[in-house]
Design a protein around this ligand. Structure first.
Ligand code: AMP
Length: 288
């Protein structure tokens, strides 16, 4: 695996690889942006990219502009040595490991604003003000440096996948890059793998599975009609397990508009964000 810290070096190296490919116009490159503290969920994206591309590039960058909570940013786990070992074992070709000044050479103030519309007003958009602006700022910059033909994202961050799809439209890249949304990898008990799980203490790690149990309960019990009671039950179950939920919502899987009365045909997705002590966990499940 080749490691780059400077964006210019990486862009040049990729351009050389592209030119060296016998059929240059068919050169394919998969890109997996991450914030590190890698787990098998991240590695599954690397594997998906490797199976479909000439070259696989992974980035590790904890983006300061997407953290609305400074404590969360400061406590974000960093395990760079084991990350590198995991990427090498997975056969990743390139790791991009930039400093903040590489991504934001003009600083992190006065960055571009993206018109994300309704998407930014609900769920994590509502509970983490500015978060998706930060996501767009870093993803656009990374895409301009790497210029991949395919982007690999995890369904674990359902709303983020929709935001990035919107960003790609705003960038006018809809025809030149494909977005692949890969399934959420889970621990044996069902907890969605997440870098933040490392921050859970032993008791909270056991309790954390309640999110997955709630999602399953919603999936098994959803019926046409009003969904309020079902959501309230899930909310109570999380509270009984020591969570402070930000939201438990059932929304249209394509628009993220809340479904109050389900007609039995609309495609629903259940989305949960909840704190266990200081650790904020999110998860989602397609229903119906
Ligand atoms: P992060 O490092 O949390 O920013 O995640 C980097 C990428 O990995 C994002 O596209 C995530 O959606 C994806 N990802 C995170 N957790 C999982 C998981 N458990 N299964 C599959 N993909 C994941």
């Amino acid at each position: 695996m080749v490691l780059f810290k400077k964006s210019e070096d990486l862009s040049k190296w990729i351009e050389t690889q592209r030119r060296l490919t016998p059929s240059e116009q068919f050169f394919s490159m998969g890109f997996v942006p991450t914030m590190g503290a890698l787990h098998q969920g991240h590695i599954s994206l690397i594997e998906a990219s490797k199976a479909e591309n000439d070259l696989t590039v992974c980035s590790i960058f904890v983006n300061p502009t997407q953290f609305n909570d400074t404590k969360d940013f400061e406590k974000y786990p960093a395990t760079i040595e084991t990350d590198i070992e995991k990427l090498e074992a997975a056969g990743c070709d390139v790791l991009f490991l930039p400093a903040v000044s590489e991504i934001y050479p003009q600083g992190t103030q006065l960055l571009k604003h993206y018109n994300l519309g309704f998407l930014e007003t609900v769920l994590d958009g509502k509970f983490r003000p500015g978060h998706f602006q930060g996501v767009c700022q870093v993803v656009e910059r990374l895409l301009q440096i790497v210029k991949p033909t395919q982007l690999y994202l995890g369904q674990k961050d359902y709303q983020q996948c929709m935001v990035i799809s919107k960003l790609i439209d705003l960038m006018g890249w809809g025809n030149k890059m494909k977005i692949n949304i890969c399934p959420t990898l889970r621990e044996a008990d069902g907890l969605a793998m997440s870098s933040r799980n490392m921050r859970l203490n032993k008791d909270d790690r056991i309790k954390a599975v309640a999110i997955y149990q709630c999602l399953n309960h919603l999936k098994e019990n959803i019926k046409p009609g009003n969904l309020q009671y079902l959501k309230e039950k899930a909310f109570k179950k999380l509270e009984q397990n020591g969570f402070k939920p930000d939201y438990i919502n059932i929304a249209d899987a394509y628009s993220l508009e809340e479904i109050v009365n389900w007609d039995g045909h609309q495609k629903p997705v259940a989305l949960i964000a909840a704190f266990l002590n200081e650790v904020r966990l999110i998860d989602n499940m397609l229903l119906g």
